[in-house]
Design a protein around this ligand. Structure first.
Ligand code: NAD
Ligand code: UDX
Length: 476
């Protein structure tokens, strides 16, 4: 069997790499319209950082895994084609700011229709709105050449960045949605056969196409909802003296609830949660289900509130002004073990501090400096990119980032931050020295002993006499 995957990104890359590793009898060609991305996939420095990915790619590349810009040949030769292109939120027109933009999916479908000379199984790997498969089928059938048959399957991807290889190797489940016809069942069986090379058959779930498409949006909505739920309670904890970690543990030990995804934080980021929930909201609005739309909107609103609340807490703690103060930002990626910054909470934190006149010293072990500058000078973040460039310095080492700063803010839970020499950091910072732990990863007791003023999420504010005398901290 020959497989082609259109879209060599965070999903297409790791998915095809693992498939190639586990299916030596299948030839997989991963294509992309970006020649730069393909060149990176063919080089020693892959375009994305993902633990374990380098090893898998090195093992399979040019054996049964190929990276190419020759989309035409790959489509022509393939029996099965994954569409794994990006489906971002629309930025203009109908559904702006909510609906998924399907222009890349549509263009992939049109390429297939134009190029195909034999039967193809077309698999939606991208996350799409419910009934998107119908649109793909419409495009394919409207341009169908005589004697060519298409089957469309939905096969959403559940991997998380930072753990993608493990998630792919040990998937909880693989979901395949198809048409309830004989041809549909045959197509499902062919795709299932690929996964059966390494996934136990009982973990391969088959449903109708629409259930499969909706399940992907539902899974992300449920996961994000848990984070917003615990983050909402973190505000209650800060106001009452309860500790959100203790609450999460107590709640999560109920086996009906479970302990995962209850880590309170500065807010969820990443390219999926917000986009997919907005997509679900848009679908609900169009189906005239305003109550359902409003329900899911709250998950996003709570996340925005959490990001704002944390940023405001930094300003208030620093005597209500950060103007011309140096603040170190440790971590810029949306989570650890990735260099991805899409929708990262760090952008909101930096944006708020920059608007208040702060100077930022930023360090992240995997995010490229140009990416940080691009994110912070984006028109949606600032109207004066030149001022931002002057106010931001990117560091290649955390100790240089914290030197002579008034505060240190943890935005990403990188393991290496836990083991930093905080005694050394304290000595190099301005006094009073503040730490704002947006990820709850540090040993706060020890930091207090060193002399830091520590603020975190979901634990009562440590009121110092100094702050009370400034009249900034409200009494309960
Ligand atoms: P990405 O932006 O990293 O990669 C998409 C790639 O598709 C880009 O390299 C782009 O150049 C390419 N592309 C777009 N149109 C093309 C075309 N017509 N021909 C050839 N190449 C084209 O996106 P991603 O993060 O890999 O996400 C892909 C899809 O998977 C999205 O629908 C996303 O919602 C979904 N998804 C993402 C994740 C994740 O963790 N990133 C997880 C599950 C599902
Ligand atoms: C998510 C889904 O987990 C995955 O199944 C889907 O395929 C794509 O979207 P991803 O966005 O890569 O994956 O990472 P995830 O681990 O879900 O984290 C998303 C955000 O939530 C991160 O910013 C993370 O730090 C945050 N998070 C996660 C919390 O704040 N608390 C938690 O308990 C878990």
């Amino acid at each position: 069997m020959k497989v082609c995957c259109i879209g060599a990104g965070y999903v297409g890359g790791p998915t095809c790499a693992v498939m190639a590793l586990k299916c030596p009898d299948i030839v997989i060609t991963l294509v992309d319209k970006s020649s730069e991305r393909i060149a990176q996939w063919n080089s020693d420095k892959l375009p994305i950082y993902e633990p374990g990915l380098d090893e898998v790619v090195k093992k399979c590349r040019n054996v049964n895994l190929f990276f190419s810009t020759d989309i035409e040949t790959a489509i022509k030769e393939a029996d099965l084609i994954f569409i794994s292109v990006n489906t971002p939120t629309k930025t203009c027109g109908n559904g702006k700011g909510r609906a998924a933009d399907l222009k890349y999916v549509e263009s992939a479908a049109r390429m297939i229709a134009e190029i195909a000379q034999s039967n193809k199984i077309v698999v939606e790997k991208s996350t799409v709105p419910v009934r998107a498969a119908e649109s793909i089928m419409h495009i394919l059938r409207a341009n169908q050449k005589p004697g060519i048959h298409y089957d469309i399957l939905s096969n959403p991807e559940f991997l998380a960045e930072g753990t993608a290889i493990n998630d792919l190797l040990n998937a909880d489940r693989v979901l395949i949605g198809g048409e309830e016809t004989t041809e549909g069942h045959e197509a499902v069986a062919k795709l299932s056969w690929i996964y059966e090379h390494w996934i136990p058959k009982q973990n391969i779930l088959t449903t109708n196409t629409w259930s499969s498409e909706l399940s992907k949006l539902a899974a992300n909505a449920f996961l994000a909802q848990r984070i917003s739920s615990i983050n909402s309670l973190s505000a209650v904890c800060e106001a009452t003296g309860a500790d959100v970690s203790e609450v999460a543990r107590a709640v999560g030990l109920d086996s009906r609830i479970g302990s995962k995804f209850l880590q309170a934080s500065v807010g969820f980021g990443g390219s999926c949660f917000q986009k997919d929930i907005l997509n679900l909201i848009y679908i609900c609005e169009n189906l005239n289900l305003p109550e359902v739309a409003a329900y899911w909107q709250q998950v996003i609103d709570m996340n925005d509130y959490q990001k704002r609340r944390f940023s405001q807490k930094i300003i208030e703690s620093l005597f209500n002004t950060v103007s011309d103060k140096r603040i170190a930002i440790l971590g810029f990626a949306f989570k650890k073990n990735t260099g991805d910054t899409r929708e990262t909470a760090a952008i909101t934190v930096c944006q708020t501090l920059l608007e208040e006149g702060a100077k930022l010293d930023i360090y992240d072990p995997k995010v490229e400096p140009e990416q940080i500058i691009d994110d912070l000078t984006h028109p949606s973040v600032t109207e004066s990119p030149e001022n931002v460039k002057k106010a931001v310095q990117i560091h290649s080492d955390p100790y240089s980032a914290v030197r002579a700063t008034h505060a240190l803010v943890i935005c990403t839970e990188w393991d290496e931050f836990v083991d930093l020499d905080f005694q050394r950091i304290y000595q190099s910072m301005m006094k009073p020295a503040y730490i704002f732990d947006g990820r709850k990863i540090l040993d706060h007791e020890r930091l207090h002993q060193i002399g830091f003023h520590v603020q975190t999420i979901g634990k009562k504010y440590q009121r110092s006499g100094l702050l009370r005398s400034w009249g900034i901290v409200p009494q309960l």
